[in-house]
Design a protein. Structure first.
Length: 291
């Protein structure tokens, strides 16, 4: 090889090495297309929030519209380390349901964002995967409520609806499991902007770890309970996490949402969190917003 050819080959090798070194290490897929919440508004923000970590490249799989033929909607979950559900709508084809079950059981990561907890009320394995859900006719037949009472997580088998919330309100999250990778290093208490404060979530609740709760006062439409808003579920070899914050793009400006969502994503994809707590993380008394 001539010196000139050697230089060209070396330059190409260096260029490929730089690209490989700079490329985000993980692939994420956001699933949307139907949702009673504004998915067309939130999905681009979720994509941006994930990409900002430098850890993910992000694709989006958008289903047919409500009532249309879903038979061809078959995202290749196995190609990704993380699947983010921003979906709540018509049932998926049986093959797609089976593919998600196999993906998570085999070690994949699933992040359930906000109203995706209301999806698929009759799909047994989905409800097992997400641990707790709401709406869609869910009730005591689907499992107990899970709440924080007297310094510990308890289950409540009382009859009643699954899922609900009062008017949008600011609320404080309280860490209940400080040693989990998602919450490790976060302050014990931190404020979130005015948002839907989900309550009355219920479900199988198996292999569930509650990371953070928020108190939903009765005078603001809540149950007067400390409700789980961040929690994980072990499902097979997979990692599932729910983040109930973030109704619209406006609420997604909250650093309480951004930082917890990013940490949830990394944990679901890898089982670990390498991200530092951002300097603008909210305090116990004041929310923080990024424009």
């Amino acid at each position: 090889m001539s010196y000139k050819h050697w230089l060209v080959a070396f330059g190409m090798w260096v260029g490929l090495a730089v690209v490989a070194w700079a490329a985000p290490p993980h692939k994420a897929l956001i699933v949307d297309g139907q949702n009673a919440h504004p998915w067309k508004e939130t999905t681009p923000v979720l994509k941006k929030v994930l990409e900002e970590t430098g850890l993910f490249t992000v694709d989006v799989a958008t289903s047919p519209a409500k009532g249309q033929d879903m038979s061809g909607f078959q995202p290749k979950f196995a190609d990704y380390q993380l699947v983010v559900s921003n979906y709540q709508g018509d049932d998926w084809p049986e093959a797609t349901q089976k593919a998600l079950i196999e993906y998570v059981k085999g070690g994949g990561g699933l992040l359930v964002y906000h109203f995706a907890c209301a999806a698929f009320p009759k799909w047994k394995e989905y409800n097992e995967m997400i641990g707790l859900g709401g709406w869609g006719g869910r009730s005591e037949k689907d499992g107990p409520y899970v709440r924080w009472r007297d310094g510990k997580i308890v289950t409540d088998n009382s009859p009643g609806k699954g899922g609900g919330h009062g008017p949008s309100q600011p609320f404080q999250l309280v860490i209940r499991e400080p040693n989990h990778p998602i919450t490790k290093g976060l302050p014990e208490k931190f404020m979130h902007v005015s948002d839907e404060l989900y309550g009355w979530l219920r479900g199988p609740g198996q292999n569930l770890t509650v990371l953070a709760t928020a108190f939903a006062p009765k005078d603001l439409g809540g149950a007067g309970e400390h409700e789980p808003l961040l929690f994980t579920v072990s499902y097979g070899k997979g990692r599932v996490v729910q983040n109930a914050l973030g109704h619209t793009a406006k609420e997604l400006k909250s650093v309480a949402f951004i930082a917890t969502f990013q940490r949830c994503a990394e944990w679901a994809a890898t089982g670990n969190v390498t991200q530092k707590v951002p300097a603008d993380f909210p305090t116990a008394d004041k929310a923080s917003i990024r424009e």
